[in-house]
Ligand binder design. Structure first.
Ligand code: FAD
Length: 584
């Protein structure tokens, strides 16, 4: 039903561009009022039973539900990959990136939001002020967490947040190992983030389906007469005009392409851009809102000179391979390439069990030696279970030297004892950009996260790797798992030190084998009236243009020290209030 609409009106109160995490939530909320009309327009198609299965997150991050983007070549990262370019998945589907993500629900630290408030002068976004908006969406089914920290959680929101019911034993041992080193068990969304946790996810507990904002807000609302959802409809620009009464620029609609035809639709109230960190800047720049020089170089008439696309941030994962000492420490073999068997589908649909139901992940938050605010962790370690495929050439295609990497992976191929730890810095200092490649709205933008552009990020990840690896070398954890004992191609262990104290090796590993953590933010950031680096104000209104707002992950002034989806839902909830306050 979500994808079936073929007719639409000429005018709506609100036009929302992009049915992702934010667009879906906002459209659902605004149309709770039956007299408010909304058009939600999405470039991709509808979600499917496949995207609803938690385990399929492994298989859908690239492919038909993804934009197929790559970064531009990276100077300080991605040494393993051809041309130093990295794949950069983004959801192109109803539900957006929340339809292809790992469902991790991890809000970020209280200091993240207090930093927005104090450093950027955005008092309405302090932790105290945003906490109710996290709670507004949350329906937490973990009674233990809710009872332990009732002021932090809610059981009344639309999006279900649950703990994986059946984690693999190795994950529990990993947490125990950290616990023995003094890192407490914690609920990262409660008062203390520093610790180790079996991460909560936006998955329903009754039937283990992805609870994206589109499943939570759009699917139940699709029958509303005041909500029109148009899929496979690509917004090419915002319609702007000078209002002769106010003598100010305003948005009055959008242009979009559907089935190779170009259409215009109009908004009585506002156009709301929720196209995400890459495409929101793209649509703005195509409409003449962006850096003057860049637009001029491309021959786009400048409507407003704004630093759109500047300041992009992300987290970067460095995977390290491990093998358990005993196959029984991992369940189901975790062979994600062959998971949709008749037996597994039967267990999923009939018994509500089996490997399709979950992707359990354990995280440890770490405060590095470089960090001067210890309860604002700057490092993260995420432990996940996934086999290396039997045919390793299926994963070495992007590598600069596929043969060397095939040789590296081959001894682990198909081994059911395989798992890995992803090491990352979280308080990113590097900033990059999103720019247009051309004036063609269907051309991929140029994405430059500028990973390790600030070498502080590298120092933090090296410290995090060292600490995490040292914990895993302690007698307790060595009973259960061992690191895969080979150096990665292009990097050498030190002859005179344990590998986890060999900082040259760790830095080389961190710069060579790099994966986006899928957390881009801040490409159209918010700021107060004196902040010349900002594109939108504290209420998310685009500067210099009336009736135009950006409400998505691009507005974060600085990335949060966590996965970004929960904070993005919070931004959407906050945005809904601003829209309603300003309704004429
Ligand atoms: C593979 C992957 C795994 C991730 N894992 C996690 C996780 O486990 N936990 C977590 O917290 N975060 C995770 N993230 C990040 C998180 O999902 C994002 O931060 C969040 O979804 C961003 O929401 P958004 O509303 O800003 O943009 P999106 O959800 O990306 O929505 C943007 C939407 O706009 C549409 N669109 C774009 N351009 C146009 C156009 N011109 N016309 C019409 N429509 C358009 C897109 O197709 C998309 O549907 C992951 C992301 C990815 C990609």
């Amino acid at each position: 039903n979500v994808g079936s609409r073929t007719q639409w009106n000429t005018t709506y109160d609100y036009i929302i561009v992009g049915a992702g995490t934010c667009g879906s939530l906002i459209a659902g909320r605004l149309t709770e009022n039956p007299s408010t009309t909304v058009l939600l327009i999405e470039s991709g198609g509808p979600a499917s039973v496949i995207t609803d299965m938690p385990v399929e997150a492994w298989n859908i991050e690239t492919g038909e539900f993804d934009w197929g983007y790559n970064t531009v070549p990276q100077a300080n990262a991605a040494f393993a990959f051809r041309n130093r370019q990295m794949v950069f998945p983004r959801g192109r589907v109803v539900g957006g990136s929340h339809t292809i993500n790992f469902n991790i629900y991890n809000r970020g630290n209280r200091h993240d939001f207090d930093y927005w408030a104090n450093y950027y002068g955005l008092q309405e976004w302090s932790f105290e002020n945003v906490l109710p908006y996290f709670q507004r969406t949350e329906n937490n089914t973990n009674r233990r967490y809710v009872e332990a920290a009732p002021n932090y959680h809610s059981t009344r929101g639309q999006v279900e947040v649950s703990s994986p019911p059946n984690p693999d034993p190795i994950l529990l041992k990993y947490m125990e190992g950290w616990n023995l080193q003094g890192l407490p068990y914690t609920d990262v969304n409660g008062p203390n983030q520093l610790g180790t946790t079996l991460i909560q996810q936006t998955i329903t507990i009754q039937n283990h389906t992805r609870h994206s904002t589109s499943n939570a807000f759009i699917v139940p609302a699709i029958g509303r007469n005041n909500l029109h959802v148009l899929v496979r409809s690509h917004c090419t620009r915002i319609l702007l005009r000078n209002n002769t009464n106010t003598n100010q620029l305003e948005a009055y609609g959008i242009e979009f392409v559907r089935n190779n035809q170009t259409y215009q639709v109009y908004a009585n109230q506002e156009v709301i851009l929720t196209a995400g960190v890459i495409n929101t800047p793209q649509v703005l720049m195509l409409s003449g809102i962006g850096p003057r020089q860049h637009l001029t170089d491309l021959g786009i008439p400048v409507q407003v000179d704004l630093p759109v696309g500047q300041g992009l941030q992300d987290h970067l994962f460095t995977p390290v391979d491990y093998l358990t000492t005993d196959e029984n420490l991992i369940q189901y073999g975790r062979d994600i390439n062959n998971v949709l068997t008749v037996q597994n589908l039967y267990d999923y649909y009939v018994n509500n069990s089996g490997p399709i139901t979950q992707v359990p992940i354990v995280m440890a938050f770490h405060s590095s030696k470089l960090n001067d605010v210890p309860d604002w962790p700057d490092g993260i370690m995420a432990t996940l279970i996934n086999r290396i495929p039997e045919n390793v050439t299926t994963i070495t295609g992007y590598f600069q030297d596929p043969d060397a990497w095939a040789e590296y992976f081959q001894p682990m191929a198909g081994d059911p004892r395989h798992f890995f730890v992803l090491y990352a810095f979280t308080l990113t200092r590097s900033r990059g950009s999103v720019r247009l490649q051309s004036r063609n709205p269907f051309d991929a933008p140029l994405i430059d996260p500028n990973y390790y552009g600030d070498l502080h990020d590298l120092a933090v990840v090296v410290d995090t790797m060292s600490a995490g690896m040292e914990m895993m070398e302690q007698p307790f954890f060595r009973q259960y798992a061992r690191i895969y004992p080979r150096s990665i191609p292009g990097c050498q262990f030190c002859p005179d030190k344990p590998y986890y104290k060999c900082y040259t090796y760790l830095a080389c590993h961190a710069q060579t084998l790099t994966l986006t953590a899928f957390h881009p933010t801040s490409s159209c950031r918010m700021g107060n009236s004196s902040d010349t680096g900002a594109c939108v104000d504290e209420h998310l209104r685009v500067r210099g243009v009336n009736n135009l707002r950006v409400i998505d992950a691009s507005i974060m002034p600085k990335i949060v020290n966590a996965n970004t989806n929960a904070a993005t839902m919070m931004i959407a909830e906050r945005g809904v209030d601003f829209i309603q306050q300003d309704a004429r």
